[in-house]
Design a protein around this ligand. Structure first.
Ligand code: APR
Length: 246
């Protein structure tokens, strides 16, 4: 017996031609990647984001921050996409448009076969602190050092992720806003809806007449504006949501 909310959500998806998806850390929780704000297991419950996820924090102690990201890369390297990631990748071909926007930097959507718009960058990417243009997507090809020095300009190299207080890449954000503006249904999976500008995309979709479906085992900031809330985890509910009609 499926829940009323799941039934209603499936109806909206069945009528949609253009589906968009916004994901957060919750979709990777069942792959063993900690979320950020879970009160006990979240990264920010154990680590100081100002020290570890800001440019000032990096400049204060580059080796500490570099090693922390190396630890996170290790977690992600050992993880596998789960049924939620895989169901999203498998559903792409069923719609006129199926566009995925993620706040996650873990690369699990791409490993599942999706081509996500990565709003907050990617853990495996390394860039130059001075933004001289150097970029490397394979950590194995980096010069030695914790952190290494930029081979192009000599400044420090840093993780290719968006830190607190930093702007998102303008072209990437505009791409995500265009996706939210042209969808019939926006699936919002595993995000607390606390971090902008990503958290502003569901309101944009609603303004343009789309249905917003939230999937989250707990209450989030986006429940109030949602058309439907499916209370459950991503790896369990997303495959049910996207299962093809019998
Ligand atoms: N399935 C679905 N959702 C889940 C699951 C699960 N298995 N487990 C937890 N969640 C939900 C939580 O209830 C919470 O609402 O996922 C959400 C995770 O919220 P956050 O930890 O705040 O992560 P997110 O919303 O992605 O954070 C946004 O903040 O720290 C920055 O840059 C970082 O991209 C990140 C941004």
């Amino acid at each position: 017996m499926i829940s009323l909310s799941l039934h209603t959500a499936r109806d909206h998806i069945a009528q949609a031609r253009r589906v968009a998806v916004l994901t957060g850390a919750g979709i990777s929780a069942e792959s063993g990647i900690p979320t950020f704000r879970d009160t006990s297991s979240g990264l920010w419950a154990k680590f100081d984001p100002v020290k570890l996820a800001s440019e000032d924090g990096f400049r204060a102690d580059p080796p500490l921050v570099w090693r922390w990201y190396a630890w996170r890369r290790g977690l992600v390297g050992a993880a596998q996409p789960n049924a939620g990631h895989l169901a999203l990748a498998a559903a792409q071909a069923r719609f006129d448009a199926f566009e995925l926007i993620t706040q996650n930097v873990d690369g699990l959507h791409a490993r599942a076969g999706s081509a996500p718009i990565e709003l907050h960058g990617n853990l495996m990417r390394t860039v130059c602190l001075a933004r001289c243009g150097f970029m490397e997507d394979d950590p194995l090809l980096l010069p030695v050092g914790e952190p290494p020095r930029c081979p192009a300009c000599g400044d420090w190299l840093r993780p290719g992720v968006v830190w607190f207080g930093e702007m998102l890449d303008v072209a990437t954000l505009q791409q995500a806003q265009a996706v939210a503006a042209r969808c019939d249904v926006l699936l919002v999976i595993g995000t607390s809806g606390l971090v902008y500008p990503a958290a502003g995309l569901p309101a944009e979709a609603l303004r343009r007449g789309a249905k917003v479906i939230v999937v989250n085992p707990q209450a989030s900031e986006l429940d109030e504006l949602a058309t439907v809330v499916v209370r459950g985890t991503a790896a369990v509910e997303v495959p049910k949501l996207l299962a093809a009609e019998e």
